[in-house]
Design a protein around this ligand. Structure first.
Ligand code: DX5
Ligand code: ZN
Length: 216
């Protein structure tokens, strides 16, 4: 079963609680929460206080995507703010990726790493047994509404083969430019979770859009 994780980066920031509350009625599985620090990526969004503010508005898991330097500094604050899943970039400058996954798990959350478009899958293969998921960026992180980078499909396929070869259970989440045209190819390549920001929030009928993205 494919999971859909709408990114509230594309929601109306003046009404985030309301936007978040609508997601379960639309049939979404997770709330994707894009954290940007203005250093790792050229944009700034929101942090733990905003996560804490939306927490009472949904029972869906909150999937925190850390696009920040020093992601290790933010594990406890996001845990305390009600996050369920935390992913961080292998390119973040964090020296101890494995121990960061251990820290996330010790707090009872799911954890995984994120790969930018130019980062080869080799950067995460030794972490796979300790990842609940790997988030594959299909655009350069920083902004919603960008065009899907097709080479990502090759990476998803390679990673899925590696996961199956080792008989592991790891989700592959795809983030950026996911829409009804690109979703099917991601799923066929081996993705199990699709993030969608603009496709969902700018759709005339978000519920129908989420259903369409599942490609069932
Ligand atoms: C980009 C973010 C994405 C973004 C996706 O840096 O990580 O989650 O919101 O937006 P769309 O679906 O519009 O490409
Ligand atoms: Zn994201």
């Amino acid at each position: 079963m494919i999971k859909i994780a709408p990114s509230i980066l594309s929601a109306d920031f003046a009404n985030l609680g309301e936007a978040t509350a609508k997601l379960s009625g639309w049939g979404a599985d997770w709330v994707h929460f894009d954290v940007m620090d203005g250093n790792f990526v050229p944009n700034i969004t929101f942090g733990p206080p905003t996560c804490k503010a939306i927490r009472p508005h949904t029972e869906l898991p909150i999937d925190v995507h850390l696009m920040v330097e020093h992601p290790g500094d933010w594990i406890i604050p996001f845990h305390d703010a009600g996050a369920d899943i935390i992913t961080f970039h292998v390119e973040s400058g964090e020296h101890h990726l494995h121990s960061l996954l251990q820290r996330i798990h010790a707090l009872g959350m799911k954890g995984g790493v994120v790969l930018n478009p130019a980062t080869p899958i080799e950067s995460c293969i030794h972490l796979l047994p300790d990842c609940d998921l790997v988030l594959m960026m299909s655009v350069n992180p920083g902004f919603g509404g960008q065009k899907f980078i097709p080479e990502t499909l090759h990476k998803i396929h390679q990673l899925r083969q590696e996961i199956e070869r080792r008989n592991l259970s790891v989700d592959i989440e795809v983030d950026g430019g996911v829409n009804p045209e690109t979703a099917k190819a991601c799923i066929d390549a081996g993705a199990t979770i699709l993030v969608a920001g603009s496709a969902v929030f700018h759709a005339p009928d978000p519920k129908a859009m989420i259903q369409m993205l599942r490609c069932e």
